[in-house]
Design a protein around this ligand. Sequence first.
Ligand code: NAP
Ligand code: NAG
Ligand code: NAG
Length: 315
Amino acid sequence: MAFQISLAMYVTLVCLALITLYGILKNIINSTYCYAIGPLFNKVNFKSKGKWALVTGCTDGIGKEYARQLAAKGCNIVLVSRNLQKLQATAAEIHIDFSVETKIIQADFTQEDIYEKISIEIEGLEIGTLVNNVGISYDYPEYFLQIPDWNDKVRAMFSANMVSVTRMMAMIMPDMVKRKKGVIINIASATASIPSPLLAVYGATKAYIQKLTEAIRIEYAGNGIIVQCVNPGYVTTNMSGIRRDSLLSPTPKKFVRSALALVGSANDTNGYYPHFILFDLITSLESLFKPFAEWATYRSMRNVRSRYLKKYKRQ
Ligand SMILES: NC(=O)c1ccc[n+]([C@@H]2O[C@H](COP(=O)([O-])OP(=O)(O)OC[C@H]3O[C@@H](n4cnc5c(N)ncnc54)[C@H](OP(=O)(O)O)[C@@H]3O)[C@@H](O)[C@H]2O)c1
Ligand SMILES: *[C@@H]1O[C@H](CO)[C@@H](O)[C@H](O)[C@H]1NC(C)=O
Ligand SMILES: *[C@@H]1O[C@H](CO)[C@@H](O)[C@H](O)[C@H]1NC(C)=O
């Protein structure tokens, strides 16, 4: 009898160990393939998709890097952003560094009457790549009911984060469908798939982008269009407020180099391997013990909030 119990326990333990090992191996193999091997075989020639690439919110941070790195691959660049001086400076910089043509369009994506103007400005341009990068967040993590300037801020996030992606795809895709090629890159956020307390509206707008992108990818894969959703963790930009780069907060340059290489081999991706490991851990933790994962993110966001408020009051 004792022998039988210990045998049963032994078999159970071995099975559990095998299952765990299988899970870990599967993740390692999948992610290695995705981040290291896939890009070697699925190199996308962006220039061959159309002469021009259009990037929204492109004078700083991640968007500016997409514009620069697509220019380095030989694409002419349409820059759509809010501030005219920054647009002119970015266009000049790209033209000098990469000898490609540029076109600037001044538009504020918190407004919704800009799309006719944009579509008139790009008439006749063959846009092969669209990067929907523009996005705005809270100034600091805050409770839903206490967001400063509630009406304006929430409306601005809806317009810049959700309406922009939806309207820009509707504007650019018909021509891609006609030419049977094109690349669309939508920048959501890693917060889209983990709990986002104190960033409720921002997190929800990013989840919208992820959901929209997935469905459109499925609908238009048959039309030769690559549709990718990128979900970054922290990147050192003005939005994150992180200045020093580290393994888990890369510079926009490092981040975009990694994410661009994954176009064609990853449809919905963190874009950067260390972010993948971090968010894979958080999601595994969430599936094992959700209350703990929620408590941990909530606690960490509350800390960020109090640090911000303390600093702000001292000034
Ligand atoms: N940084 C991160 O850690 C992080 C993490 C996850 C996801 N993301 C996402 O990545 C995207 C880019 O973020 P980022 O960190 O690179 O931001 P960023 O450094 O603040 O740059 C934002 C860019 O968008 C432009 N922009 C801002 N508001 C605009 C508006 N209303 N209309 C037109 N252009 C506007 C800015 O130009 P102006 O000078 O005119 O403001 C700037 O060129 C966003 O969608 C963000 O949600 C970022
Ligand atoms: C950086 O972000 C803050 C809001 O968080 C904004 O007021 C400021 O204008 C931004 N600076 C630049 C250079 O975009
Ligand atoms: C990406 O999406 C396309 C179109 O839906 C699909 O054919 C392909 O298998 C997907 N790739 C991966 C790595 O999931």
